[in-house]
Design a binder for this molecule. Sequence first.
Ligand SMILES: Cc1ncc(COP(=O)(O)O)c(C=O)c1O
Length: 439
Amino acid sequence: MNTDNSKKIYEKAKKSIPGGVNSPVRAFQSVDKEYPIFIKRGSGSKLYDEDENEYVDMIGSWGPMILGHNYPKVLEAVKRELEKGTSFGLPTKKEVELAELVKSCFPSIEKLRLTTSGTEAAMASVRVARAFTGKNKIIKFEGCYHGHSDSLLVKAGSGLLTFEHQDSNGITEGVVKDTITLPFGDFEKLKETLESEKDIACVIIEPIPANMGLIETEMEYLEKVREIIRKENIVLIFDEVISGFRVSLGGVQKIFGIIPDLTILGKIIGGGYPVGGFGGKKEIMDLISPVGNVYHAGTLSGNPISVAAGIETISILKENPEIYENINKKTENLVNKINELIKKYNVPATVNYFGSLFTIFFAKEKVKTLEDAMNTDSEFYSIYFDTMLENGIIVPPSKYEAHFVSYVHSDEDMEKILTGMEKTFEKIAKKSGTIPKHI
Ligand SMILES: Cc1ncc(COP(=O)(O)O)c(C=O)c1O
């Protein structure tokens, strides 16, 4: 495969952009590539690079592209909006429409604020939780990512783990001290911490973590987390930036019937355009200025283009519930077939999935924690990434991310993915000398 144009662009990019990319995972460093591929355009389930190579896209912009790239109705809505102007710094009627639409899907959200990114939404929800409770510290879980604001960057999953760090430099000791990180899934640790530490403002969690690879959370664990927090003056924040409108119209909270106090959203609510949002109980949200004294603002918050794309995307999802059945079924079938191939080639691989998200880990045992994910084989993941790329499929360039199946992935795409997987397993089986005799 010829990727010379990408290589040339990367050489130039490094001179004007740190590492040549605007978000670290895009550098392909953790899958041992010298340079990333540069994308020229996307259409449906496919991406095309600067050398016109075509790839089945399993990244989906890390979640938003549930309907694929440039889904005609979403594109039309955006074009209509573009004609009217792109940013006013003043309110628009469509922001109200989007807020009402989100509320109709997430009963736990009584009021919603839009932001430009998930990072901002998470940062602002922690601030409002602190104001509401009058307390300072926050509890987050190892391997969960909530964007790159200082207090949430401690042991923060994929983006950092990809480069073998757990934390970022440049964060003050005070901020680190106010962030308590606990192992995901360990309820006893949470209970002990809540008993000994009384200055906790909020507990923030990805209900189905997708930033240490996908983790299949047990519902009972989340129920217990909800219950223990209900008894204290602590705000429970579900970060559904990835899972919101992805695993169901009402996110993980709808599937499990567990109601957080605040919810963070992003990605799909902007239909592929820059967006974030946070919302929840009225009494908490009404502390935000101009009603209350918790400051949150943004020149591009509620940007009309993102809002138009979000309204169209959510409306399509709401009016066509079969979309969720389609993507979930497709993912389940794919995962079943991958599992058959894993058995056939006897390779140390295991798949976690939930709805239309999945991660393939190169390990013998099921991955349940960050530690498990860190112990999976990185070299095998790089072989996987490379083999898939050579076969025209782009998968996450990090073992700590999830794959995203969209409504427009075709049977043919699925076959292509399985062929790529089979070739990967063959190579890994040969390399580790475990190739079964019958093959
Ligand atoms: C669960 C979660 N929360 C927050 C964020 C941050 O969102 P953004 O990248 O829009 O700032 C992400 C980004 O991937 C995420 O996965």
